[in-house]
Design a protein around this ligand. Structure first.
Ligand code: SF4
Ligand code: SF4
Length: 321
């Protein structure tokens, strides 16, 4: 059997290296070290070729074991040469954020320091590499983009990165933001029509919000969401909420009901329910009542409600992998 995964032609810029673009809990597949200078696509491609060759030979590299994205290559696609144009570019070379979610994987790095104003990444500037990838044809009209590091509105080069990327890609752009700071660059990217903005809200009232996020910004977020919703009025799903279930904190039905109510009042039409699966929770069993919560969430009729694939897999396995 041959293997493949959706991330094989992606690049994920992390603080000290380039990886494939997965978020496998067991550790993303390392490709090459990178600290901001002299990005060498040849090194990336030769390291990537080893992974592809393993998949072609039916061998699963150690770090891909148990990855929820690994799948059987049923149509022989893995034998085709990878195109020059990347499928997906992930931007994750900074960790600063203007809030401090208790489940945040970046906490170990930022020591829960809250960064209200934009600043440079502590590691490197990505803009020169982004320009290189765009100008050399590695980012093209079909390249999807995801920002996944810290909070984009506190990364000083974020606006320029988005301006450069949106000259080249017509594909889907996903921006994760706390929503605390309004960003004209996010608004402008949304207005281009191919962008989704995910705000992880986790609560339906300011008290619970502050317990989870460590900042008092619940109503500020809702006000900014209302502004962002105006950027692309043709797509009522361009801005949506994610609600991460945290055991014993926001996982009662009334917590969810309250958040769904406030989402509707704000103009949100779509929500995802997710699970706090940070590394401290690996191996823990899913509380029995969460299954009812998921059933309730998916039964809400007048909004679009979804569960991420990885969460569905966690639910099916009954424990966090
Ligand atoms: S199978 Fe998973 S770990 Fe392996 S390269 Fe693909 S996404 Fe990364
Ligand atoms: S909004 Fe995202 S980056 Fe910021 S603290 Fe929360 S999880 Fe971490």
């Amino acid at each position: 059997m041959k293997y493949t995964c959706d991330c094989i032609n992606s690049l994920f810029f992390d603080f000290n290296c380039v990886k494939c673009g997965c978020s496998n809990t067991y550790g993303m597949l390392y490709i090459v070290p990178f600290e901001g200078n002299n990005f060498d696509i040849e090194k990336v491609n030769s390291a990537r070729a080893e992974i592809v060759n393993s998949f072609r030979a039916g061998i699963v590299p150690d770090k891909c074991r148990n990855c929820y994205m690994l799948k059987e290559d049923k149509d022989g696609k893995i034998d085709e040469p990878l195109p020059k144009e990347l499928d997906h570019l992930y931007i994750s070379h900074w960790y600063h954020c203007n809030c401090g979610c208790i489940y945040c994987c970046n906490r170990g790095v930022t020591k829960l320091k809250i960064t209200p104003e934009p600043k440079k990444s502590d590691y490197y500037d990505l803009l020169p590499t982004i320009k290189y990838l765009c100008q050399e044809g590695y980012v093209g009209e079909n390249t999807r983009i995801t920002t996944i590091g810290g909070e984009p509105t506190v990364l000083s080069e974020f606006d320029e990165i988005m301006t450069e990327l949106t000259k080249y890609t017509k594909s889907n752009i996903i921006i994760l933001s706390s929503g605390i700071q309004y960003s004209q660059a996010i608004y402008d990217t949304l207005a281009k029509g191919n962008t989704e903005l995910i705000i992880t809200i986790d609560a339906g009232n300011p008290v619970l919000y502050k317990k989870i996020k460590r900042v008092d910004a619940f109503y500020q977020v809702l006000e900014n969401v209302k502004k962002y919703l105006k950027a692309n009025p043709k797509n009522k799903n361009s801005v949506y909420f994610k609600y991460i279930l945290i055991k014993g904190l926001n996982d009662k039905k009334e917590n969810l009901e309250e958040c769904i109510k406030i989402a509707k009042e704000t103009g949100i039409n779509k929500m995802y329910l997710a699970i706090d699966y940070n590394c401290q929770n690996i191996g823990k069993e899913i509380p029995e009542q969460w299954y009812d919560l998921y059933d309730y969430f998916l039964s809400v009729k007048d909004m679009e409600m979804y569960v991420y694939d990885y969460c569905q897999q966690i639910l099916d396995r009954k424990k966090i992998f």
